[in-house]
Design a protein around this ligand. Structure first.
Ligand code: UGY
Ligand code: MN
Length: 245
């Protein structure tokens, strides 16, 4: 039972766990008919933003701020997406879109919808801009992670150097783990989609379950074990393909 004045949430200089009881909804700039919770942002030391967005039918956005790329992942509901040039799509639960910077898009809720939105100031390199990518998570083939078929990784976006971010979905059978305590230059923003487990972040071990949000700064030691009777699954962001200097 929840006891008032308590939360599993924790915010530190290198990591954060933000559980649904601590979320505070607000209006979001650039969105209409929408409320959001900005879970992760530069205000906490991150170099990207991760926001939960709840759209009422007809709620919409006409794109991110100048120079900002966006990934939208649909948790529930149905949205329409129009890209410059006229291509249009309908996204439902598990659908996602990568939207490159400075190419306005129009996203509108057909039904009440819940989205996870990742935004990052695109880091230009000696490449052309990435193209938009639209897909459905259930259509992406999973691969055993470092040879372990009980821990499967789906890579949602192309991995070529035009992209400075990756979006992946990790599914673990109960008892499966990350094979090592990872310490790496990339940072992560994560939402638990299904199931339960224990996340090691730095020198702390946290029970986690569906809808929990986690931020891991660069070099934050991290490890996960899935627990319970059903698979655990999380969606996560990482920065990739750019010189650290
Ligand atoms: O891509 C990754 O770094 C991933 N293995 N990290 C994680 O799941 N915490
Ligand atoms: Mn990692």
């Amino acid at each position: 039972m929840d006891v008032f004045g308590t939360t599993r949430s924790r915010v530190t200089a290198q990591h954060a766990l933000i559980t649904p009881d601590a979320w505070v909804w607000q209006d979001l700039p650039g969105w209409r008919g929408a409320k959001g919770v900005v879970h992760i942002s530069p205000q906490m030391g991150a170099r990207f933003a991760q926001t939960s967005v709840a759209l009422e039918p007809g709620g919409f956005t006409a794109g991110a701020a100048d120079g900002v790329e966006r990934v939208v992942w649909v948790r529930a509901g149905q949205v329409s997406l129009k890209l410059p040039g006229g291509a249009s799509y309908k996204l439902e639960a598990e659908g996602f879109a990568y939207l490159p910077p400075d190419r306005p898009h129009e996203l509108k809720a057909i039904a009440a919808s819940n989205l996870v939105v990742f935004e990052k100031r695109y880091q230009k390199a000696a490449f052309e801009l990435p193209d938009a990518v639209v897909g459905k998570t259930t259509d992406v083939q999973g691969a055993p992670f470092m040879g372990d078929s009980a821990a499967r990784l789906q890579t949602l976006l192309p991995t070529d150097e035009r992209f400075d971010l990756a979006m992946n979905v990790f599914t673990y059978d109960p008892g499966a783990t990350l094979p090592q305590v990872e310490i790496h230059v990339m940072e992560h923003g994560l939402v638990m989609l299904d199931g339960m487990g224990v996340y090691r972040l730095g020198e702390s071990w946290y029970p986690v379950s569906q809808d929990d949000i986690i931020w891991m700064a660069a070099y934050c030691p991290q490890w996960f074990v899935a627990m319970g009777k059903t698979p655990a699954r999380y969606l996560y962001y990482k920065d990739v393909n750019r010189d650290p200097l």
